[in-house]
Design a binder for this molecule. Structure first.
Ligand code: FA5
Length: 382
């Protein structure tokens, strides 16, 4: 800043000469106009409006002027600074608008591009099928019951009236679980069946568990995974799923079993469906039956009709579903239920087989190989 002066004219102060102020203003306006982007404008702003800019320095000179000269000089500098700030704001708005327009173009989203390259997961159709069947019974008031897959031989066989020499107990049907080794490293009770522990071969042991856990009346549905030493082929797998139903109450008869089976197939396959029973044998039901349902595709019309063959039932009119019967009184007794007072019915069937005929799956191996090309057509139900 110049030294205080009392008498001289502001035009004699170099920085406050009108042509100097004009030059400073014009230089600022030119710098703003030349700024090509917001960064360049920011630099020009600091240079021409900041504390060390020519106009700011000129403004400081005013303080040293004699009072009579301050107003005119202040007006001159103020007008220049006003013009500079106005130009700055205008250019700022222009550059921001340009940037916004550019971003809209550069960051545009092509909504026609393929999406979901990583498809969401979904439950396996076997799980969905099993829950769909269980839901039929849950809606009738049945309770879901579960049991362990590594099961005591007693629950899997003895409680269900399998005799000690029943062929199902043999190693060619049942996976026995090796017992723990002895403390001295000796071989533990092993696959000769001595461990008394098996991978359950059916869901029927849950019947015994449910009866021991509850007081009658008992109405339970038991979905779950089971194991048998079957080879993997088009119609068998060593690990598969069953769903079991057990009802124990006073006065239950075969008619209740038949009505329940009919209700199940009607809920799953349509109102005009029905079931039929054929005599069979299971140690834990007496009498026992094999249950078939009417073929839901041809409704029996393909039988003896070569013009209308049916792939689903091989033109037999009926599809085999599983086993059923009235709970053997010996099972009730083994589970602490009085067979004089209570009776019950039970049935069980394979979910894989149901998925096969319901969806025309020709090879059970497709269900276990985990290829999404098999599961995808079932939809992405979660
Ligand atoms: C039983 O397992 C009885 N526990 C069913 C039962 C329950 C009868 C309650 C009476 C009362 P079975 O061994 O037939 O029965 O098997 C039932 C179903 O499991 C068969 O109809 C079939 O659909 C399915 N299944 C059996 N073995 C296999 C296998 N290796 N792979 C796929 N499904 C199988």
């Amino acid at each position: 800043m110049s030294a205080p002066n009392k008498s001289y004219d502001p035009v004699e102060v170099e920085a406050l000469k009108p042509e100097e102020i004009e030059r400073m203003r014009d230089e600022a306006l030119a710098a703003f106009a030349a700024a090509g982007d917001l960064d360049a404008l920011q630099e020009a702003k600091v240079a021409h409006t900041g504390g060390a800019s020519p106009l700011a320095l000129a403004n400081r000179e005013i303080g040293a002027l004699p009072p009579h000269a301050k107003a005119a000089a202040g007006k001159l500098v103020g007008q220049a600074r006003g013009a500079v700030n106005k130009a700055l704001a205008g250019r700022q708005a222009e550059l921001e608008a340009e940037r916004d327009a550019r971003v809209l173009v550069e960051e545009a989203v092509d909504v026609t591009l393929p999406h979901d390259r990583v498809p969401p997961g979904a439950r396996h159709p076997l799980t969905t099928m099993m829950e769909r069947v269980a839901d039929v019974f849950v809606s009738m008031g049945y309770e879901i019951a579960e049991g362990p897959e590594v099961e005591a031989e007693w629950f899997n066989f003895d409680a269900l009236n399998f005799g000690p020499d029943h062929p199902a107990r043999q190693m060619q049907d049942t996976f026995f679980v090796q017992g723990p080794k002895g403390a001295d490293g000796s071989k533990g009770a092993d696959s000769d069946g001595e461990s008394g522990v098996v991978l359950r071969t059916h869901t029927s042991p849950v019947q015994a568990r449910a009866l021991l856990d509850r007081e009658p009346p008992v109405y339970v549905v038991c979905p779950g995974r089971v194991y048998r030493t079957d080879e993997l082929d088009a119609t068998h797998t060593p690990v598969f799923h069953q769903i079991e139903l057990l009802a124990v109450d006073e006065g239950l008869t075969m008619a209740d079993l038949k009505g329940t089976l009919d209700h199940m197939v009607q809920s799953l396959f349509g109102a005009d469906m029905k079931t039929r029973l054929r005599p069979n044998y299971f140690p834990f039901t007496e009498p026992s039956a094999e249950m078939d349902m009417l073929c839901y595709v041809c409704k029996g019309e393909s039988v003896g009709n070569p013009d209308r063959p049916c792939r689903t039932c091989s033109s037999e009119g009926w599809i085999e579903l599983g086993g059923c019967g009235m709970v053997n009184p010996r099972v009730l007794t083994a589970c602490g239920v009085d067979p004089e007072k209570y009776s019950g019915f039970a049935f069980g069937f394979g979910i894989e087989r149901m998925l096969m005929f319901r969806h025309n799956v020709e090879d059970m191996r497709d269900m276990v190989e985990g290829d999404v090309r098999f599961t995808r057509p079932f939809g992405m139900e979660i």
